[in-house]
Design a protein around this ligand. Sequence first.
Ligand code: GTP
Ligand code: MG
Length: 240
Amino acid sequence: RKAVVRITTGSRALDELLGGGIETLSITEAFGEFRSGKTQLAHTLCVSTQLPIQMHGGNGKVAYIDTEGTFRPDRIVPIAERFGMDAGAVLDNIIYARAYTYEHQYNLLLGLAAKMSEEPFRLLIVDSVIALFRVDFCGRGELAERQQKLAQMLSRLIKIAEEFNVAVYVTNQVIADPGGGMFISDPKKPAGGHVLAHSATIRLMLRKGKGEQRVCKIYDAPNLPEAEAVFQITPGGITD
Ligand code: GTP
Ligand code: MG
């Protein structure tokens, strides 16, 4: 049995909400409206994963699959400096790939598994996990096939998490939920339906607060207390 490693998010409040940080052997999903901090959290995790274990890191490399073209190496520099790490070395330990179709995204995962068997990785990011599926299967009649392919990809992610003791961090989009009634004022829910709901170990709902402040709530976990964590997005990444 592999021991779970918990990787700091950079915010104590958020770490506490998560029981110490994001966990290896699991899938952590973050969803929320645009600019809610999903990608900024990914950037911070790229750095904190490389911290030694005693500094709440994972002492390992990072794989980043980017479907939106929003990874910014220059953002990594001040975040690395904030944690007292050498930015060049940190960047060298982030394996980056841009995915252009859902098939490409799946094939990148197959290639990564080979890499992970050779080098110590502790984090795999997929930002966003669902965007390409929503583009590649956009017709109503294609939903069943989309969900089947999505399930295939998620089971691949779970396999990677378990085989290599890696934390998987994925981002998701929100969709308006018509809720079956015309008087419900547009409540938002995560995309991906039951397939994603059942694959994610923990689901984080992010929303904007005042200024650079953001709020995180654990979504749909009946066994966990209803709590929120407030964090900030700063040049040095996520903080309290
Ligand atoms: P989408 O991908 O569009 O759905 O949004 P997201 O949830 O990924 O948002 P993202 O993580 O990209 O957050 C963007 C926000 O981060 C911006 O609105 C800024 O407020 C903040 N931000 C980004 N870079 C910096 C930075 O260098 N310094 C500070 N202080 N804030 C930043
Ligand atoms: Mg983003």
